[in-house]
Ligand binder design. Structure first.
Ligand SMILES: Cc1cc2nc3c(=O)[nH]c(=O)nc-3n(C[C@H](O)[C@H](O)[C@H](O)COP(=O)(O)O)c2cc1C
Length: 509
């Protein structure tokens, strides 16, 4: 029986790696396989550091390496590993809603295998779909399978993935490019980080399949600099995959080649916007430009380019393995955080009610408090008020409420939250991150923040609320890229669902 210890960023920050080393030092390898394996995210991060022993998951509440290692050594000496409970730990039973209500497809191997081992990925079906696709040698069939699966982009906008792939595939010319957007800049979002840290080969397999389907020979993986562990694991995974011919020239003995380069961003939120990201890859300043032309027509170095998000690519091997019909409607990975009892990363069927995620899986608000709202979609999204918690989480239902599902960041807010202050926080974020290229965003975000601060200081009047709303629409309609076009959304969401809080600030009942 193997011991798995989470060594992803969250548990690592609580000593997960030191625990792994201490336990590995006293646990002998079983044949070829180590008894103690460092794995990707196991889910309930707020209970970390986490240790899994067979089907049992333990929250190590007093994570001192030496006593834990001693206790393991004693259990091994008694041949009683299966009954071992780490001292001072709490068992998180498999029936716990956080674990039970998940459907881990994208995260299937995350938390199960050593993410730094290509052999471990291969032993659990890694690169199997790539091999099948190359043997079939029918790129159009792959595009069709993706289209039939109904997969939509997980980066925020929800554009149909099959349609995007078909557009790039149909572009004339022999040279095409592929980009994976791993910039993940939304506050409270850490789903893509989880995939990259926990199962990098799944992402690489999805990218290679996509490259084959659209006819791209080169690709770029654009990762934000703030993710050093993901970067290190991806670098290792790319090198291992190249060595064993799952990337590079002549993949798996075929005539297909795909060369992948990792690029590290420099910390600008706007570089997650696809045209700014492409400029950044080209070595230019990370600022956006007007579309059309879309990257599918003119992308990296002027070539037709397929750009998708990490989770979008990571879905591809799964949907091919299951078949499009069995796969639909797929799943969504969320990072649950904020004023909630249990935070972490979870994957649920698309359309799961928000209440299930926040109250059942997350345990609801902290003791003595009530949930006021859930913020989704980061600075491009808005708030779902507590009264609407039965809303199914999918692209269209959240849009109808004036927010977006976005890339999957979910921040729970309890009844101590000042919603106007929250709107001002997001506006300050957008003001800070505006690249300054277009006036409506550069100047509009400043003015919107000033108006909100004026209201918060109780120096506003009812006419300011009208101006706030007007300015929101102007910035939305006149900005060059999605950053400015979406920046007013948190304010509009507050106007829609929490207008009374704004009215109270200007002395209106
Ligand atoms: C300001 C801004 C930031 C963005 N940041 C990201 C990001 O971090 N990751 C991402 O995948 N998409 C991000 N997007 C969306 C991308 O522009 C693009 O739509 C996405 O990468 C396409 O992939 P998908 O179709 O798989 O979602 C951002 C958009 C805007 C306007």
């Amino acid at each position: 029986m193997a011991l798995r210890i989470c060594t992803a960023s969250s548990c690592r920050s609580r000593g997960g790696e030191a625990l792994r080393q201490a336990l590995a030092a006293v646990a002998p390898a079983q044949g070829e396989a180590p008894m103690v394996t460092g794995v990707g995210c196991l889910g309930p991060c707020s209970d970390g550091p986490l240790l899994a022993l067979g089907p049992h998951l333990f929250s190590l509440q007093t994570p001192e390496p030496e006593p834990l290692a001693r206790s393991l050594q004693q259990a091994l000496a008694r041949n009683a590993l299966e009954q071992w409970q780490p001292p001072g730990s709490a068992l998180i039973p498999a029936a716990d809603p956080f674990l039970r209500l998940q459907r881990r497809l994208v995260l299937e191997r995350c938390g199960q295998i050593d993410p730094e081992s290509l052999e471990a990925a291969l032993a659990s079906d890694g690169y199997r779909q790539l091999r099948a696709v190359l043997q079939q040698n029918d790129p159009a069939a792959v595009v069709e399978a993706v289209r039939c699966s109904g997969l939509r982009g997980r980066g925020g906008a929800g554009y149909p993935t099959g349609l995007k792939w078909a557009t790039v595939a149909a572009m004339p010319g022999a040279e095409k490019r592929l980009v994976c957007n791993a910039d993940e800049g939304d506050p409270g979002a850490f789903m893509d980080r989880t995939v990259m840290e926990g199962d990098p080969h799944r992402l690489l397999e999805g990218m290679a399949i996509a490259a084959f389907a659209v006819g791209a020979q080169r690709g770029y993986l654009y990762v934000r600099a703030e993710y050093p562990l993901a970067i290190a694991r991806l670098r290792g995974a790319i090198a291992a995959a190249e060595e064993q011919h799952w990337l590079g020239s002549g993949i798996d003995g075929s005539r297909f080649g795909f060369h992948l380069e990792l690029r590290v961003g420099a910390g600008a939120y706007v570089c997650g916007e696809e045209t700014a990201l492409i400029h950044s890859i080209e070595g230019g300043r990370g600022t956006p430009c007007a579309r059309p032309p879309y990257p599918a027509e003119r992308g990296v170095f002027g070539l037709p380019t397929l750009i998708n998000n990490v989770e979008t690519f990571a879905n591809v091997p799964v949907l091919l393995q299951m078949g499009p019909d069995a796969y639909r409607p797929g799943t969504k990975v969320f990072s649950l955080t904020g004023q909630v009892q249990r935070s972490g990363v979870l994957e649920v069927p698309m359309g799961t009610p928000l209440r299930t995620i926040v109250e059942e899986m997350g345990g609801g608000a902290p003791a003595g408090r009530a949930i006021k709202a859930v913020q989704t979609g980061g600075p491009s999204g808005g708030c779902v008020p507590a009264a609407e918690l039965d809303t199914p989480v999918d692209y269209d239902s959240l849009q109808a409420l004036g927010t977006i599902m976005g890339s999957g960041g979910m921040v729970v807010l309890d009844d101590t939250t000042d919603m106007v202050d929250l709107a001002a926080y997001f506006m300050a974020f957008c003001r800070e991150e505006s690249c300054g290229k277009c006036v409506p965003c550069r100047s509009g975000t400043v003015q919107l923040e000033q108006l909100l601060r004026k209201l918060l200081a109780r120096q506003g009047c009812p006419a300011d609320l009208e101006q706030l709303e007007r300015l929101c629409h102007t910035v939305q309609q006149a900005s060059l890229c999605g950053l400015g076009q979406n920046a007013p959304k948190p304010v509009l969401s507050t106007l829609r669902h929490f207008r009374h809080e704004l009215m109270a600030l200007v002395g209106e009942p």
